[in-house]
Structures are given as C-alpha cells and as structure tokens.
Design a protein around this ligand. Structure first.
Ligand SMILES: Cc1cc2nc3c(=O)[nH]c(=O)nc-3n(C[C@H](O)[C@H](O)[C@H](O)COP(=O)(O)OP(=O)(O)OC[C@H]3O[C@@H](n4cnc5c(N)ncnc54)[C@H](O)[C@@H]3O)c2cc1C
Length: 395
C-alpha cells in the first residue's frame, strides 16, 4: 500500500521541497533525491509577490512568511542618469488588491523554512548525495535511477516529479529539447550592509535602476539590515559560470557613472557571484503518464519579473490539490499540466518583455523614460495584475 502512495521527487530546491510538502499533505509519502550533500541556498534575496505568498499560505507558511519576510514600502524605477522615472506605493495597496502584500525574503530563509518542514514531516524522506540519472515507467508506476557515481540504486514509486532545475535530467527524457541555451544575459548578485546606503529609499524600498543593456534591482532584506543587489548585464561570458565567484571590480567598472546612491552600495558589497542566464522556450509537454516536470525544470523564466520561484510554489500548491482530488497519480499529473502550461508560457513572455523594457537605450530608452514619467502610479503595476491575481484551487 505504502509503495503505491510513494512519490519520487528529483531535486530538492524550492520546487522539490514545496512539492514534497504538498504531496505529503495530499496523503502521499514523497521521497526527495537531491544531488548536493546539503540543502542550502545562495545568500541573496527573492521577491515574493502576492501570488507566491498565496501559494506559500496554501502550503501552511502564512505565519512564518509574515514573520520572516520584509514588506518594502514603495517601488521606484530610476534612470541610469539618476532621475526617478516612476514610483508607486506597495504596502496596503497590494494587500487590498491581491490579498497579500509585496514581500522580499532572503533565499536561505525560504529554503530553511521549507527544508525544516520537510525534515520534520514523518511522511517525507530526503536523500542527499542522490543524483537522478534516468527513469523507466511500467505498469506499477515508475523506477528512478539515482545515487552517487559507482553507487546507483533503483527506487520505485507511483509517480516521478522532475524538479531538478534549469538543466534537468528528467526533462531530457520527457521533452528532449537539449540543454538550455545561453540567453545573452549575465546576472551578478551580492548583499551589502544597509549602513552603506546614503539614499534612504534603498533601506525601505524596491529600486529598479535601468539603463542601456543593463539594470540593477536593490531591496532590503532581514528587517532592513542588509541590501540585496542583483545586476543584469548583456553579453555572454565564455564559461558556463552558474553561481560562480566574480571579481567585485568587474561589477563596479560596468556601472561607473550610474547614480551615486546605487554605486555606494555596489562598491560596499564585499563579494559577488555571477550566473550566465540560460533560457528555454515553453515546452508543449511537461511529461506523460506517471512522470511530470515542475519548477524551473518545466518552465524556466528570465528573472526580470521575479516569478521563477513564485511559479514553482504555485506548481506545488496546484499539484497538491490534484493529488488530493484526482483518483490516480496519472490523472492528477495530467490535470496539473493542463492547469499550468498557459500561465507559465505567458509569464515567460512577460519576463522577456520586461528585460527589453529595462535594457533599452537610445531612442527607445528615451521614449520609455518619457512614457514612464507620464504614467499614473498604479498603471505599471496593473500591467501585472494577472500575475499577482493567482489563487490556489479549493480542494
Ligand atoms: C538572478 C536571479 C534572480 C531571481 N529572482 C527571483 C525572484 O525575485 N523571485 C522569484 O520568484 N524567482 C526568482 N528567480 C528564479 C528562482 O531562483 C528559480 O525559479 C527557482 O530557484 C527555481 O527553483 P527550482 O527548485 O525549480 O530549481 P533550482 O533552484 O535550480 O533547484 C533544483 C535542485 O535540484 C538539484 N538537482 C539538479 N539536478 C539534479 C539531479 N539530476 N538529481 C538530483 N538533484 C538535482 C539541484 O542541486 C537543486 O537543489 C531568480 C533567478 C535568478 C537567476
């Protein structure tokens, strides 16, 4: 009986852990296979938009979120020449319009919250140092091959969920669209002590600094004690560089001449890491029968709308709902795919358009700046209402 209810999950990131919690809540015994020896996240921030908060609340983290996340007061779009192009309040307006405030959170705090809950759940097993290498489907469900080199094993379950990220092994078998392609964007991330900020907006607000072929997003984390900095530039690096250490002077030099309040924190950031961002077009299929993809493995999106982790959390809440309400794992996975594909593809397009908007220079950039200066505060945010307006299914 237990065998029939076992769900195998390849990858223990935000998607894998949240899917495990949702599957356990639906009455299954999830087994998570994580290639790393520890569950941990890089020390930077995440924007938790109202849809991500709705999913986390559905997964039982409403109170933890209110305690551990930070609620920025405003958002500003600022030109690389220093002028503020557009500003809007976040606080009450968000909670009133979308049921949850706009939040930001340290990645380590989110992954810590999910992994603590998974470790202490009696029905969830976490297998570290277990890399998923392949699977076979059969009449009883699915068999996953996982382990470390020279020490591989077979694991059986009623279903397999591939949450092994952008370079997913499971996707290779399910979709067969090769590896993700370099996007031409490089992300650089760091955190600086909030004491370095001379402009008070950096200590309380989300600031998006835009200029030709680059943008920077800053926001406070951990009750405003540190400032998260994500810079995105164009031009691929030669090496794959995913979460690789980066020379601070490279970042400082790239943004020379940008507004002093930004440069104060960029120069104060002690260490940087860089990601050569890769992209995939939305896939027509996310699996079949007892195998399905979720999170970045199913639908990686450029980070320009802050929606990758949010989509993964929505996936978890949605999968949990169908695992609870459908008669079989296969029909739960089929309903999940149908419910999610259109939205993920729409957010993929939206995120790419945001990148274009942020990075435009010359005449297009000039036109963008004029248009933004003339926009009433709420219009830019209302462009995204459909993203924030997501609600979990009722069981
Ligand atoms: C610069 C940047 C900024 C971002 N900002 C935001 C933001 O503000 N808001 C937001 O919502 N999203 C943001 N995102 C996106 C977000 O980080 C990702 O969408 C999210 O982390 C995806 O989670 P995941 O669990 O699907 O994948 P991952 O985080 O990639 O986790 C995959 C896990 O699977 C493991 N794994 C991989 N292969 C295997 C295998 N074969 N076997 C076993 N384990 C395996 C990995 O070790 C990892 O633990 C940002 C991304 C970037 C790059």
């Amino acid at each position: 009986m237990r065998e029939r209810r076992r769900i195998l999950i390849a990858g223990g990131g935000i998607a894998g852990l949240s899917v495990a919690l949702a599957a356990a809540e639906a009455g299954f015994s999830p087994e998570v296979f994580e290639q790393a020896g520890r569950i941990e996240e890089f020390g930077a921030g995440l924007q938790i938009t109202p849809n991500a908060s709705a999913a986390l609340t559905r997964l039982g983290f409403g109170d933890d979120l209110a305690e551990r996340a930070y609620e920025p007061a405003n958002i500003h779009l600022i030109s690389h020449t220093g002028g503020t192009l557009w500003s809007a309040p976040l606080g009450q307006r968000f909670a009133q319009s979308w049921g949850h405030p706009y939040r930001v959170m340290h990645r380590a705090d989110l992954i810590g919250m999910l992994s603590d809950a998974a470790y202490s759940h009696p029905d969830i097993s976490l297998r570290l140092n277990h890399r998923a290498e392949g699977f076979a489907t059969h009449a009883h469900g699915v068999t996953l091959m996982a382990g470390s080199p020279g020490n591989m094993d077979d694991f059986h379950g009623a279903g397999l969920i591939g949450t092994d990220g952008l370079h997913s092994v499971i996707r290779r078998w399910v979709v067969g669209d090769g590896d993700a392609k370099p996007s031409g964007y490089v992300a650089w991330r760091s955190v600086a002590d909030a004491g370095a900020a001379i402009d008070p907006r950096l200590k309380t607000d989300v600031c998006v600094w835009v200029g030709p072929r680059a943008h920077v997003v800053t926001y406070p984390l951990r009750r405003g004690s540190i400032i998260n900095i994500v810079a995105v530039t164009e031009g691929s690096l030669d090496d794959p560089g995913w979460n690789a250490p980066a020379e601070p002077t490279l970042v400082v030099r790239r943004f020379v001449g940008w507004p002093p309040p930004l440069m104060e924190v960029v120069e104060a950031a002690p260490s940087w890491r860089r990601w050569r961002l890769a992209d995939r077009r939305p896939a027509d299929t996310w699996g079949q029968g007892p195998v399905v993809l979720a999170g970045d493995a199913a639908h990686p999106v450029m980070p320009f709308a802050g929606q990758g982790a949010a989509l993964a959390l929505e996936d978890a809440a949605t999968l949990g709902h169908f695992l609870k309400t459908e008669a079989s794992v296969e029909s739960a996975f089929a309903r999940f795919r149908n419910a999610r594909r259109k939205r993920a593809a729409a957010i993929w397009s939206f995120s790419r358009r945001n990148g274009f908007l942020y990075h435009s220079g010359g005449l297009i950039g000039f036109a963008r700046d004029i248009a933004l200066r003339g926009l009433p505060d709420p219009i830019m945010l209302d462009r995204q209402w459909w993203i924030y307006d997501w609600r979990p299914f009722r069981d």
